[in-house]
Design a protein around this ligand. Sequence first.
Ligand SMILES: *[C@@H]1O[C@H](CO)[C@@H](O)[C@H](O)[C@H]1NC(C)=O
Ligand SMILES: *[C@@H]1O[C@H](CO)[C@@H](O)[C@H](O)[C@H]1NC(C)=O
Ligand SMILES: [Zn+2]
Length: 314
Amino acid sequence: MSSRHSTMLKEAVGVFSILILMATGILASGGSHHWAYSGEDDPSHWYNFYDLCSGNKQSPIDIVPSTAKPQNFLPIHLGNYDTIGKSFTLINNGHTVLLSLPKNYADYRMPFVRDGGLTNQFIFAQLHFHWGAEGDRGSEHTVNNKHYAAELHFVHFNKKYGSLGNATSHPDGLAVLGVFVETSKEDNPAFDPITSVLDHVVHEGHEWELNETLSLRDLLPESLSKFYRYMGSLTTPGCQEIVVWTVFADPITASESQLAEFRQLLGEDGEILVNNYRPAQPLMGRTVHVRSSSTKMIASLVAFLLPIVAVLAL
Ligand SMILES: *[C@@H]1O[C@H](CO)[C@@H](O)[C@H](O)[C@H]1NC(C)=O
Ligand SMILES: *[C@@H]1O[C@H](CO)[C@@H](O)[C@H](O)[C@H]1NC(C)=O
Ligand SMILES: [Zn+2]
């Protein structure tokens, strides 16, 4: 009896120390302390448990178009973005709702982005959303301190790192495309495949496979020619400074009733999931570049005029 008791005790101690090791392991790896958008663990406290969140290249930022530096980037090139996907999975992770492709999705069909000043090809990993309780806020980036009603983030990882997980330990790991959403009177049909099934993922951890086909291209603005570019971070803990940001100047639209579908979701704490945006972070001397077709026009005008001026000078 007593030896059986001591074996049980040893086992219990063993399990207990494994639990402790696991807990310390999680903390040591920069881990999983609770974080939120309001209350005690709101964005102003994230750095207490995630020290990178107080870094000097944080996102989002307030974009001030009048101070953005024009640059002649190539147009953004999207690959496989208009491939109509039926196999997207929608997941409520307690902080946002996230759209991803199945693990076995063929490499040659993976959506990707390149050019537009990006150093490499970046492969699509997931799309997620930030939204407000009302239409006057919700976006993470702001323009002249103006919030849009929501913001989409198309997250891509640098092809050379092979996976999203591997890419997150490199300063050139991710390229995120940010798209503003402005409220409109009419529904935006591009959102329907998502908004029509959000009531299946109301609770954290719930997943739903999209039945309707969805084109990622339709969730981007019609014109991609003008965008802002800067170096920043993930906008959620751990706040790693590994993101080259592209924020399109033109918004897409969604109706109030479509936005209301997002506002029915529940977060990690069981409360309504709204205002899941981090406030603008200090620029800390970073440069925000802007690509616009007018830059391109001036450049081609100069290229056109220079030989004429040269000829006239003779
Ligand atoms: C991720 O990195 C590990 C270690 O460097 C490597 O073995 C693995 O192949 C990488 N994964 C992908 C998908 O490239
Ligand atoms: C849609 O997909 C779900 C699984 O995610 C399935 O249960 C449901 O029956 C499908 N609905 C239709 C109309 O195909
Ligand atoms: Zn985001």
